[in-house]
Design a protein around this ligand. Sequence first.
Ligand SMILES: [Zn+2]
Length: 358
Amino acid sequence: MKNYFIFIFFLFFSSSLYPLQVAGVRYSSRPEKTRIVLDLDSYPFYRVEKNASSLQIYLPGYEGKPRTLFINNQLVKKLTLKPEEISTSLTIELAKANYTYRVFPLTNPYRLVIDLSYRQSRKSLQRIVIDPGHGGKDPGAIGWGGLKEKNVTLKIALYLRDYLKRDGFTVFLTRDKDVFVPLRKRVQFSNSHQADLFVSIHCNASLSRYATGFETYYLDEALDPLSRAVARVENSVVNLEDKVEKRKLTILEDLDFLEYRKESIMLARLIQAKLDRYLPTPNRGHKSALFYVLKGIDSPGVLVETGFISSPYEARLFRKNSYLKQIARGIEGGIVNFRKEFEASEGFTRKFSSHRNF
Ligand SMILES: [Zn+2]
């Protein structure tokens, strides 16, 4: 009852004094998925109704004329934004029935994101993309004694591939030799291979030779300056990429893929817990930061900083294949535990029928 009252109050207020402004309607398509984004001037309160081959979203208040946007791809025919008496209705007409959808608001700036897909929700976890950081003209961090990050990450990735295959996973590597792969291409690779999980492998570097330990990141705003610095270093590879790739990356940033946040946090936590069992170095925990390579990944994804290549102690360890195997074992263990959680909860199933956020 209380919620209902707040909603009525909001409707009244928003339609009379502050009508909701829809500044823009955008969309992006992939073979498997269409994303529609409404740019708004205030926090979007909404209600969703699913019909056989259309999706109806109601937002309180409105100003302006009806608008229609023709998409006409494999999934979506068109969408219409129309003022009703006290609300705005957004009608999305689908090309076929049996679609799935997710609707979620984002703030700063205010947006409402609607994802539509024909992909049935996953019940098992099968396909893993491993992303060995750097490669080719991008050596990554140069460690103690000239050790290159790109070589360490590739070796760990190859061991990890073997272990995961043995566990029954289907594994793909964004690179399996010493070649340069732009960040955007890594993201595209993962999505086009329909990964259920994405794991990027890196080594950390610090100006202090005493910095040691391993940490696993998921995509979100960094909470501390150290995490921000790690993301800045890992993202700096874009300076080696051509202009087109750089531009694509900026578009991507706009979309803020935070939808697998909960799953990614769990994966990061489970990988840390297993690495802690296998490695003698300090556990620096699971953390968040804005890594380009995790943006746009259409699955849970993490970036593992396996240790400090700048530390003489860890650089010595990184030179031993037996140590790289230990790291691969730790990451493998985390993924296997994640699969257990995933399957026990039937793919973290969400209710998709109808929902509202007020
Ligand atoms: Zn790196």
